[in-house]
Design a protein around this ligand. Sequence first.
Ligand code: GTP
Ligand code: MG
Length: 377
Amino acid sequence: MVIKKYIVNNMNEALTRIRYELGKDAIIISQRKIKRPGLLGFFQKKVIEVTAAIDNSNKEEQEEKKPVENGIDILKKIVEKNREESNTNEKLSYLKDDNQDDIYKELQEMKSMMNKIVSNSSGEKEEKDPLKIKLEKADLSDSIIKSLMNKVNNMEDDIDSIEKVKEALKDEIHISNSSTDGIIVLVGPTGVGKTTTIAKLAGSLALVQKKKVGLITIDTYRIGAVEQLKTYADIMNIPFRVVFTQKDMDEALESMKDFDTILIDTTGRSSKNAMQISELRMLIDKIQTENIHLVISAAIKNKDITTIVEGYKILGFNNVIITKLDETTSYGSILNILDSAKKPLSYVTIGQSVPDDLKTLSKEEIVNLILGEDNIC
Ligand SMILES: Nc1nc2c(ncn2[C@@H]2O[C@H](COP(=O)(O)OP(=O)(O)OP(=O)(O)O)[C@@H](O)[C@H]2O)c(=O)[nH]1
Ligand SMILES: [Mg+2]
């Protein structure tokens, strides 16, 4: 740190010299009106003594230090230097000088800034509850963390805190017990994995459990969406129908009425587009089923969950499928989604392989994932 004094006639001259000699990052520490030094100066007009400083300490050292420490160090040095050079009364008098308002203001701002830095840095040092840190690491939403911590704090003291949080988490997780018999409809935003999940379900039911399965796709919206599911249907040798209108739907359902399971795929709609969702509603409204699953990706941002859940509510989904668990390393989104949807979890998917990457999870497994005691891969 370099601290330099300038005797100048006006502030313009001071700023020009400071910038030239110390550079643009230099700061003005003080200024005061004085008589020019020396005997002659006593008879002349007052001049200004400006003290400026630049922190040019070793760059590497600066990088190693936290910005907060740098700020505090600079402040300390400035205070020490000022203490050496002039007494407090003198400083107050120059600060109150009419011409010095700006400088005074600047110093006040600097002081309040430094206070903020100091109070922040002491805040950081406050010890955080390790349990809370664990929950934050899982990317659980703030409101869920708050409610979990409240529950934990109100529990009997004779159990371990990690066991308490496990209990509290389990209370929040609901697993679906929906059957795979009858009609199953998948709805949800574009690209979340609806068609792949339908193929996984079809594969597991038809090929592994040897059930009689039919596939229907509602494609009022996207050309080409049909091909993907048709390919799976062909490979698995499963009857497949495309539905555009209510009449098509009635016919398709009639043709599959003695099947164990009918899986209905829908094309992704933006949850913000109420029109597109209403169109879909007309086609699935008349289907008698308790098995409408909202499909959401685990990689979703917290703030988008509500928009999607609200957007799809009119379709009356009663289960949630969470996909792409293999694409995330923190599993708090499972609980964030379930909490927002207020519906139980039926399946999760953990990769692109059909049908292997479709799973059901128990409450314990989800808790272990959220707390980082287990992972998907
Ligand atoms: N990593 C990973 N990828 C997945 C998973 N499920 C689906 N995908 C991939 O996600 C992409 C989109 O999957 P689709 O099944 O076409 O998604 P969709 O919801 O039917 O999309 P739309 O029909 O456009 O609404 C594909 O590349 C899938 O292979 C999963 O569990 N993990
Ligand atoms: Mg699809």
